[in-house]
Design a protein around this ligand. Sequence first.
Ligand SMILES: O=C(O)C[C@H](O)C(=O)O
Length: 464
Amino acid sequence: MSRIETDSIGPVEVPDQVYWGAQTQRSLINFAIGKERMPLAVLHALALIKKAAARVNDRNGDLPANIARLIEQAADEVLAGEHDDQFPLVVWQTGSGTQSNMNVNEVIAGRANELAGKGRGGKDPVHPNDHVNRSQSSNDCFPTAMHIAAAQAVHAQLLPAIAELSSGLAELSARHLHLVKTGRTHLMDATPITFGQEVSAWVAQLDYAQRAIRASLPAVCELAQGGTAVGTGLNAPHGFAEAIAAELAALSGLPFVTAPNKFAALAGHEPLTSLAGGLKTLAVAVMKIANDLRLLGSGPRAGLAEVRLPANEPGSSIMPGKVNPTQCEALSMLACQVLGNDTAISFAASQGHLQLNVFKPVIIHNLLQSIELLADGCRNFQQHCVAGIEPDPQQMAAHLERGLMLVTALNPHIGYDKAAEIAKKAYTEGTTLREAALTLGYLTDAQFDQWVRPEQMLEAGGKG
Ligand SMILES: O=C(O)C[C@H](O)C(=O)O
């Protein structure tokens, strides 16, 4: 069964059971590209905007009160997830997001008309453009929805997930603050470090990344709404921009304000680019953490084997008993995706032409994917990897014992050149540093004991 819906191009047949109208149906036909749907978070943010706009328009006398109430009721249903199947459009559509904006306008109008007893869809008594889209354009709605969806995802998903991973690592660091092991630079043996110190670097890297993400949020909380088509605000009343930002802040609990320059808010995407930069920084940090842990966990017999990662599942379909660092692999793969997304976002954001950036759907698709991957990735990594990490103190002690760079502690006593000679001799002859030092006659047994003390080489001022 189908019904006929119309738009300015003409009539279109739509399935009877759907709420959407002609423009959504046209988009489905004209953009059968890929499987990437417009993220639900953006569609819900658009519904929030429609609700806020209905309230402001009602207060201003720009919408009949009964129409505003119907819009609000239908928008609330969308926000409650009752109509998620009514948003079938893909990312690869108009660059302004007009078709997704119209999808939301049509679904809210279509449901509102049903609530009014007029049957599903249509334009009476609630019109998708004249009423639901009142005082708005896709050009200000869609970037506003992008900012709302991004800010909500960062606050609700990402920041708590970073905090979870960070506190897991901080606990690991605190538990092993004094566990001395070999430090490595250029992947080669270096002077000693404690496991706690090594892990503390990862905590600090995460902290830096979350600060970079937080720093971008005030600009993300500036909204384009009220700029309408080109930033001038045509067809929106005076004060609409400020009023709807306040309404959206009250509805969402996030500190949204109106953007100081609407021309830039439509034409450029620097705030989201800067958020993407924060996500990139986080991806860089988690990549380093995942890589370090897979190196430290390598083995178990022929690798570094200084930490044991949890054995969550059999690693191999052919090699019995093999366990792989699968959590590190998943985390580092998703970091690659985030780095790629950042490149796509940067390129898309740089492509604004005159009054409008028309790469908006690809920006928000990539940004929300990055936020989701990083949030899920951090939480998953904490729960299925970090929480079960056990260092191997024997293996760390054995590496330390055999390590040659303890010789660095002798620099202040016998000088770099003699210390280097000791290290080279020990390495080429396969002896200990002590044996080489005594053979060369550069120090006594007692002096070696006094000067080469790994536990005293762990902080500034320590010199054996
Ligand atoms: O959809 C709109 O409101 C405007 C459209 O993006 C346009 O500028 O042509």
